[in-house]
Each structure stands twice: as C-alpha cells, then as structure tokens.
Design a protein around this ligand. Structure first.
Ligand SMILES: [Zn+2]
Length: 352
C-alpha cells in the first residue's frame, strides 16, 4: 500500500543542538556520538567528503555547491563507485505524485521558474513523476496536516552563502522527497536570467527526487546512463552555465528509477448543468483499480490542488452550486493494483 500523501509536519521552532568546535573535531571513530549534528557531520564524511568541503552553516551543513544536510538528521548513505554518470542518493520517493508548496513571498520570477520546472518534469513521458502545486492544509491533532511535500522558499530563515544560487535536500528513509528548496535572492555569482532560474529549479527538484550530481563521485551510478554527460542538468557547479533541461541521459536515469507504471486518464470531461450538478467522466484506464479526484480551491490559507475523493468507476459526480463553479478545477489520476498513481489529467470544462 502506498502511504497517505499527507504528512504531519511539526511546526515547533527549529531547535538547534549546541555543538562545540571540539566536539566536531573528534576523529576517533569509536567515540560516542553525543549529538545529532555530529552524527550528520560524520555521515557526510562517510560519504567521502573531506572536512574542508563541508561548510557549517549553523543549522545545516553545505556540501559542494547546493547540497545541504539539516543538522536535525536525514543523513544519507551511499556507495561511491565511479563518477561522471547519472547518480542517485540512498532513498527513493515512495509516492511519485508530489505536492509542492511555493512560498507566497518568493518573487514572481522564481515562482514562474518553479512552475515551469515542475511542468518540465511532468512532461517527461517515460516516468511517473508528477509534481503539483498546493498549499492546502488544516489544523490536525495539535499540528498541521499538510499536503505539500516539498516547500520552495527563500533562504531568510536559514541563509545560504551568496555564492549558492539555491539548495535542496535529498529524500529521507520514510520515502518522502527532500523537504525544501531554498532560493538565495542575494546570490551574486552571476547575473541570473529567467532561463537560468528555470534550469536551476529543474536541477534542485532533481535533488529532492534523489538525483545527485552527475559529475560527482557522491551517490551511486544509475544503470544504463552514459559514462559522462556534459549536458546533464544534474551536473554540479553549473548554476551560471546551465542552458538546457533534462538531457537524454537524465531522462534515462529518471525513467529507470521512477518508471511509468500506469497511464493517466484521457478524455476527462467535466460538465455542469447550470444548476447544482457537476459530473466528470473519463475513459477507463487499463490496469486501473481506482481513480483519485483532485480539486483546486482558492481560499485564504488554502490554495492549489488537493486529493479530494476516490472512486472505483470512471465517473464522478457531486453537487456544486452554480455560484461556486467559477474557477472550479478538477483533475483525475488512475491507481493500479500495486497502488501506483498515474500523472494527473485536468478536465475539459463544459459549463452550461
Ligand atoms: Zn546541485
């Protein structure tokens, strides 16, 4: 069974574990690890990074150009054979339909770059990865029940150095994608065009989905990808030079790790009778045992797509008063017997 797409995110303030310089310099492998940040540092070293390449940024460690490890944990383990090949980190995401929250405070050019990058990933037809925008949540058991799994935000609360354009985290052992992408609005490495924003965001999303740097020894090689790929969007050190999206080799990597399992519904029609009856129909998808209906709302504090209903037939109807139908949008996905979800298809609307 797939796990529920919702996850509970703690909203408690981020509490840093104090860590003295002395504690960090412990070299005896048998030393008792006394705090979480020390453990994270050790894990990064175990991946093959030397201490000089690991920058302590206070609440997180920065490695290479744009890979970050929260001191809260989420250490990554991977072997380090070979290099110059499409590479992955330890964990894969377990649900390939991924909710992305774009922080309202991000500038429009970065919001657009994020949306375009999500579409770029979604358009890769050989993979089931599908990213959808959502900011839907509600209070739940003392915390918040969130739909978004990745948050795209500025770096105000956890600043990046000005030579880093953006940074992302990797998936965790619970099968969740990297939980945030931080954008550095004071990046000063070069002048940043909208195309560069777009390509960098494709790259950062790749990290959240487990992809490491193609031109790095960190991570494990993905079978079937080329031995070197100068056009890989996942090459590191390319914040100012990226000029294309997913390369052929990148697509092989994505399609290998997250293969298309079930086709998306087609011919999705939504009709409204002009009174209060909404009906959706679509062509039955081979291999589908059920379908998920997604709704899109715009309310204060709740915007974007959210999983609304399941249905076992290829139709769905509900009451929807005419006065609420303006701007009303719906999408549907197909689910196979193993719980794999297809990409989303939005309805064609026919409002009477
Ligand atoms: Zn990177």
């Amino acid at each position: 069974m797939k796990k529920n797409i919702y996850s509970i995110l703690a909203i408690l303030p981020f509490i840093l574990v104090s860590c003295s310089k002395d504690a960090v310099e412990i070299t005896d492998e048998n030393s008792v690890v006394e705090d979480q940040s020390e453990l994270v540092l050790q894990e990064i070293k175990n991946l093959g990074f030397s201490e000089k390449d690991i920058v302590d940024m206070g609440s997180y460690f920065l490695v290479g150009d744009d890979i970050t490890f929260s001191k809260q944990g989420r250490p990554q383990l991977a072997d380090k054979s070979g290099n110059q090949k499409q590479r992955r980190t330890t964990y894969l995401i377990s649900d390939n339909t991924v909710g992305v929250r774009i922080d309202p405070s991000l500038p429009t050019n970065w919001k657009n770059a994020t949306r375009d990058a999500m579409e770029h990933w979604n358009a890769n037809s050989g993979s089931s990865v599908f990213l959808y925008e959502t900011d839907y949540y509600w209070p739940y058991q003392g915390g918040f029940l969130f739909n978004p799994e990745i948050q795209v935000m500025n770096d105000n609360s956890d600043p990046l150095p000005n030579y880093v354009i953006a940074a992302a985290e990797f998936p965790t052992s619970d099968g969740m994608p990297g939980y945030r992408i931080r954008v550095n609005l004071s990046f000063n490495g070069c002048s940043v065009s909208n195309n560069l924003r777009f390509y960098n965001m494709i790259h950062e999303i790749g990290h959240c989905l487990t992809f490491a740097h193609t031109n790095s020894s960190f991570g494990s090689h993905i079978a079937g990808t080329p031995t070197s790929d100068a056009s890989s969007v996942m090459n590191g050190g390319t914040a100012c030079t990226l000029n294309s999206g997913l390369s052929t080799g990148d697509r092989t990597a994505v399609d290998t790790l997250y293969p298309l399992q079930i086709n998306a519904p087609t011919n999705v029609q939504a009709t409204h009778d002009g009174d209060e009856e909404l009906e959706m129909t679509w062509n039955a998808v081979p291999g589908a045992v059920s379908y998920r209906v997604y709704n899109n709302i715009k309310e204060s504090g709740k915007t974007g797509w959210y999983h609304y209903r399941n249905t076992t037939s290829n139709r769905y109807s509900r009451e929807l008063k005419r006065k609420y139908r303006n701007g009303y949008r719906m999408r549907v996905t197909a689910i196979d017997a193993n719980g794999n979800e297809s990409k989303m298809t939005e309805a064609n609307y026919s409002w009477q």
